[in-house]
Design a protein around this ligand. Structure first.
Ligand SMILES: [Zn+2]
Ligand SMILES: [Zn+2]
Length: 214
């Protein structure tokens, strides 16, 4: 077995033991590490600086953490590139339209495609694949955006994956229906008899639909 594939198995199985969508977790952890460790090395990397500049900096989401970075110099060097470009566009009154996408979003997409491809190829034939199936079906499964992405990218998805997610989403919508019905006037008693997690299923729904992406 190729080393990468083995690492993928390991990382996915590990993420399955934690709450939420396993792929959101992997992507989130990787993005955090990417920002936290690699950015400092990347500051002196010309191609990264160029990609960052062409993107007009990181997206709103990925630039949120810059303010609490431990390396202010890295943030200053990267930010200066962007401010220089912005000043030019202010002076020329030309709209500022970055040509490229946020480098961390690009990296996130790459990781998603890698792992989704790996899942699509896990039919459950080998021991590792069977272990993954066991770990995965005990997890909360993929969020709606990641499951949707899997189906868009791969025509053939193992049956254990589709059966698991179809059941997961059907069950969620049944609980959401119940929540809405019992929220009606006069049904308070039935509502309060629901398990705690069903009383706040709307939160679960919001997370499912958005994904917890990084
Ligand atoms: Zn997800
Ligand atoms: Zn981004």
């Amino acid at each position: 077995m190729a080393v990468d594939r083995h690492i993928n198995f390991f990382e996915l199985s590990d993420a399955c033991k934690k709450p939420g969508c396993p792929l959101c977790r992997i992507v989130g952890d990787r993005a955090e590490r990417y920002i936290d460790n690699m950015l400092f090395e990347h500051v002196s990397d010309r191609s990264f600086r160029k990609a960052h500049r062409l993107a007009g900096g990181f997206c709103d989401y990925h630039s949120r953490g810059l303010i609490s970075f431990r390396d202010g110099l890295a943030v200053a060097i990267m930010g200066r590139d962007i401010l220089e470009d912005r000043i030019v566009s202010f002076k020329t009154r030309k709209p500022w339209k970055p040509k490229e996408r946020c480098p961390i979003c690009v990296e996130r997409d790459r990781i998603e495609v890698e792992y989704l491809g790996f899942m699509a190829g896990s039919g459950g034939e080998s021991d590792d694949e069977r272990d993954l199936c066991t770990a995965f079906t005990a997890s909360e499964g993929l969020c709606a955006p990641h499951y949707g992405r899997l189906l868009e990218l791969y025509k053939k998805v193992p049956q254990w994956i589709t059966a698991f997610h179809e059941h997961k989403f059907e069950e969620l919508i049944a609980r959401v229906n119940q929540f809405i019905e019992l929220s009606a006037y006069g049904r308070q008693e039935e509502f309060h008899a629901l398990p705690e997690k069903d009383q706040v299923v709307w939160k679960e729904l919001a997370l499912e639909l958005r994904g917890m992406v990084d």
